[in-house]
Design a protein around this ligand. Sequence first.
Ligand SMILES: Nc1ncnc2c1ncn2[C@@H]1O[C@H](COP(=O)(O)OP(=O)(O)OP(=O)(O)O)[C@@H](O)[C@H]1O
Ligand SMILES: O=c1[nH]c(=O)c2[nH+]cn([C@@H]3O[C@H](COP(=O)(O)O)[C@@H](O)[C@H]3O)c2[nH]1
Ligand SMILES: NC(=O)CC[C@H](N)C(=O)O
Ligand SMILES: [Mg+2]
Length: 538
Amino acid sequence: MGEEEYLKQSSRLGNLDRPQVAILDFGSQYSHLIARRVRELHVYCELYSCQVDAAELAQHQLTAVILSGGPNSVYEEGAPHVSPETWKLIQDRRIPVLGICYGMQELAHVFGGRVEAGLKHEYGKAMVHRVEGCDSQLFADMPSEFQMWMSHGDKLHAVPDGFKAVGATANAEYVAIENLATRMWGLQFHPEVTHSPLGKTLLRNFVITIAGATPDWVMTDYAQEFIEEVRAKVGPDGHVLGAVSGGVDSTVAAVLMTRAIGDRFHAVLVDNGCLRKDEASAVLKRMREDCGVNLRCVDASDRFLDLLKGVTDPEKKRKIIGGTFIDVFQEEAAKIERESGPCQYLLQGTLYPDVIESISYKGPSATIKTHHNVGGLPASMNLKLIEPLRELFKDEVRELGMALGIDEASVWRHPFPGPGLAIRIIGEVTAERVKILQEADAIMIEELWRSGHYRAIGQAFVVLLPVKSVGVMGDGRTYENVAAVRCVETTDYMTADFYHLPYDVMGTMSSRIINEVRGINRLCYDISSKPPATIEWE
Ligand SMILES: Nc1ncnc2c1ncn2[C@@H]1O[C@H](COP(=O)(O)OP(=O)(O)OP(=O)(O)O)[C@@H](O)[C@H]1O
Ligand SMILES: O=c1[nH]c(=O)c2[nH+]cn([C@@H]3O[C@H](COP(=O)(O)O)[C@@H](O)[C@H]3O)c2[nH]1
Ligand SMILES: NC(=O)CC[C@H](N)C(=O)O
Ligand SMILES: [Mg+2]
């Protein structure tokens, strides 16, 4: 399925009646952070492509518009711009606008300022001072000088008519601009990143003081609105199929769905032959008994492993698995149609990072890898997607899970990717290699629990490498597989650092895995951070 179809297919969670801040995304790596910061102010917001149709925006009550940063330069041919119709909508309704970095340059470009390539690129901390004699509301409760984070190469050389400078640095005259008559503000720096300590105050000044948004939105509103929206969409007799792995995201999504339509929600766990040791039975028990979800397991392991024979390319593995998942779901939907009633929808626990890394989401950003549940979907899919968590980050989903009263053990599990062990077996996936990795993985997780490190770690797993090494065991020579342990610290899974696991815990893991798992005779520890590595190896 192409990107556009995916975005059309997948239902956004949104309430037409709820006032919102619209973030127009020009493809910055930080656009999602702007959304988070606004939500942290308890104000509802949604992200849109910078090229969103004015008609789509017009359906909403917009309290403010924020233009994100982006990798392009406004003066380049082909650079993305907000459409004239959207500008007209913004101006007709007098909606306050805040442009950040590229967003400010876009304001300048459209309203007659001058943006050119700067002599120096500026990446990192900068001291911004307020222009003397001006007391912009944007800087309320802020000192006369403050630190902000910069990441740009272009420079504003002249402000558009009606605008004036309200903030500057030693290098640049126009790093914060304001036009009170048209209610437009621009910033060259990024208030949304944590390296801008007063960034949150500044965003609050814009969103709440200037734009007048009411800070009344909480995570449980998400749940209530979703439940109502789904009931209306599915109707009183409709059924919904759920792709439920028992991971954090699909557990939260499945509990929401069960609250909305009860047993007309049919959750299916697909055993793709690449799950962790005893995973299927543990998930069935937990979801049915603790969460009351109508879940069953479809064992398709032979089918998946047959299709994966001889495949070594990571993206091919992901697409095969994503495609076969959907084949299985379509077959299951047909069964539900025969046995119970109409079933047109598929629920998935897709999160924002799955989307942003898989496809150029709402702006021109780069594809990192194809997450099976997003970029790996086949064109032939005829089920419509329901993805209640698509705009959220893992830590926000956990907060929602806790608010829904889901037990801690489910909410704080480490994530486990849909393609499972297939992307942790580098090279060809075979039933024998899956078995080796399942055993090693189970021991590693057991040792993390035993040593008390599990909760402090964001994600931990073992990778089986396509490398053999020589060992000596009981006076004999061995020639076996090398494996690597990866433990990372992270909250949003967009960036991560390797976890500093104490040597004695590593030592116990290593001696247990090498002694107890036939087929592994050497263990390494992965010390890479994300970026530049990613969390998974493939
Ligand atoms: N084995 C599976 N059977 C059914 N659906 C699955 C399976 N694996 C993944 N999915 C679907 O793909 C989605 C994305 O997988 P992902 O691993 O990102 O989320 P999760 O498994 O719900 O949570 P976690 O990130 O904690 O593992 C899931 O939410 C679920 O809808
Ligand atoms: O359901 C999933 N399907 C996938 O195809 C997939 N690829 C990566 N991941 C998980 O996403 C997070 C970030 O992973 P990366 O740093 O490897 O991109 C980590 O938590 C990964 O485990 C996936 N989850
Ligand atoms: N971070 C950004 O938005 C950068 C904007 C533009 N590409 C510049 O270099 O100035
Ligand atoms: Mg998972």
